[in-house]
Structures are given as C-alpha cells and as structure tokens.
Design a protein around this ligand. Structure first.
Ligand code: TA6
Length: 283
C-alpha cells in the first residue's frame, strides 16, 4: 500500500484507484490498466485529461480516456487478423501492481508494474515498469526490459486523451513532416499548417516530435514533451464517435489524442531496457 501521505487508495466497482494530492497537483490512477485518469495542476485547477462519461470503470472494457497504455503492439499491428488479438495490446485490460510510492520536494512518484507481460501474440520474457511523477508537470515513463535470452521486437504508446474546451478552436503546434493516414489506406501525406482538426483524424506522424503544443482559442494550453518515441499519433473520431459505444456522440468536441508512441518497431537485445516518456506541461 502507499507509503506516503500524498497518495490515498479507494475502491469502486471492483477497481482500485490511487489518488494523489500534493502541493503541485492532483491526479487519479486506476490500477486496472495502470491507467492515469486525471491530472489537475494546482496552478490553474484545469483538468488536462479527458475521460468519456460513458467509460467502463468496472474492468469490463479498457477505460475510454485518460492515458491508456498500449503495449506490446499499437492498434491492431500484432501480425494477426484485426480482432484476433486485443487492440493496443494486453496491458490496459489487466490489473497492475503498486510497486512503490515516494515523495520528493517537487513531486509524488508512483511506480507500477503489470501482472503479466506474456500473452497470446507476445511470448517473450519482458518486464514492464511505469513511473508516474505528479508535480507541476506529469511525467510518465513506460520502461520495457528484455529479460530473456533472445532479441525482442515490440511497439508501445502512451495514448493520451487531452481535454480541450472546443476541438474546433484547437490546433497543434510543433508537428512537421509526413504522416501515415489510417483513414486513407495508410497513405503518406504532409502535416498541415496550421494543424487544425476539422473532421475525423487518425494519423501516425513519422517525425518523432519532441515538443508539441495544444493551443486552444489562441492560447497554448498544454505542452506535450515526448522522449524515446519514433512517432506521434493524433486522433479525433469526430462524428464517428457516435459509433463508439463508450463515447457520447459529441464527446469528440472536448478531446484530442496526442500519443507519444513507438509504432515502427523497436528491437531490444537481451538485457536491454527502453523508456518511452511523455511529459505533460500545463502552460
Ligand atoms: O490511436 C488511434 C487509434 O488507433 C484509432 O485508430 C482508434 O482505434 C483509437 O486508437 C482508439 O482505439 P480503442 O481500441 O481504444 O478504441
């Protein structure tokens, strides 16, 4: 159980939540999925993450919103038929363990690990650790270690749903180069400038953006810093949200996924570790 006063535990519908409250921010983490649900900096009291009002918070389905952990594959890129294995891998649908909690002068740090890292479609020996630092910023580090005797290849992503007041007054700054358009047979296209969202958007940007800014109504609202990524995914379902059962038809207006990701295949030698990091910086 947590060993620091800034972390409390609560249970609801069979799920366990860790609530962090310190001098800098508050946050909520579900042990189901190792899933960060909320990050509210004390500086402005504005929630930076979006969770669907229809999200399943009972362990039946991956939680729609917050920061889903995608591992050891992204989307349906598991080498089988679509639907044969769970989209975005099998970490976001299992209960994680609290490994450690600690406080520094600048943050509260939570360390979690999943219950298992081997499942159909990924029969390798790995350890996964996620370190979450809640302070003036939220730092999320997903660390994969190859504990086996053979090289492994994997992908992963921090599939963050950011809250925006109005998607139609939102733009993303800092993304350059080409992207693969999932909505157009993965065709290669150039990043638009200004980068606004005017319809269903589902893109894997191939330039590993290190700093992206979410600008709402002309004001930089949140900065997204990525480390270790080989790509950045941008998704908004727009009106196709109506066909997503755990999303309300107009939920798309208040969310924007900017996902720090490995989607091009990462190989780890035996004993090698790799960290994918996303830092959410309120502006
Ligand atoms: O990250 C974008 C994406 O791959 C979209 O294609 C969409 O499927 C989204 O993830 C949500 O996936 P989920 O399995 O959580 O419904």
């Amino acid at each position: 159980m947590p060993s620091v006063s800034s972390v409390t535990v609560s249970e609801s519908n069979g799920l366990t939540f860790l609530d962090v409250s310190n001098a800098f921010a508050s946050a909520r983490i579900s042990l189901f999925g190792g899933h960060i649900l909320s990050f509210i900096p004390n500086s402005d009291g504005k929630e930076r993450l979006w969770v669907s009002p229809h999200a399943y918070l009972n362990g039946e389905r991956p939680i729609r919103g917050g920061i889903p952990v995608c591992w050891p594959w992204f989307s349906d890129d598991h080498g089988r038929e679509k639907g044969a294995l769970p989209a975005h891998g099998f970490l976001r649908t299992q209960v994680w363990k609290l490994i450690n909690s600690a406080e520094t002068e600048n943050s509260t740090t939570i360390t979690l690990s999943p219950s298992f890292t081997r499942a159909e479609g990924f029969e390798n020996d790995c350890s996964v650790t996620m370190i979450i630092a809640v302070g003036k910023t939220m730092e999320v580090s997903l660390i994969t270690e190859n504990t086996g005797v053979a090289p492994i290849e994997f992908n992963c992503a921090l599939h963050t749903y950011f809250h925006v007041d109005d998607i139609q007054n939102t733009q993303i700054n800092g993304i350059e180069g080409q992207y693969k358009d999932k909505l157009d047979d993965w065709g290669l296209k150039e990043t638009p400038h200004p980068y606004t969202i005017t319809g269903e958007t589902d893109r894997i940007h191939l330039v590993p953006v290190k700093t992206a800014e979410i600008e709402v109504d002309g004001t930089i609202y949140t900065e997204v810093i990525s480390k270790g990524n080989d790509s950045l995914v941008v998704w908004n379902p727009w009106q196709s949200a109506a066909s997503i059962s755990d999303m309300d038809p107009f939920g798309y207006k208040h969310m924007l996924c900017v996902e720090t990701s490995l989607t091009q295949g990462k190989t780890l030698a035996p004993g090698e570790s790799f960290a994918l990091e996303q830092i959410i910086v309120p502006r």
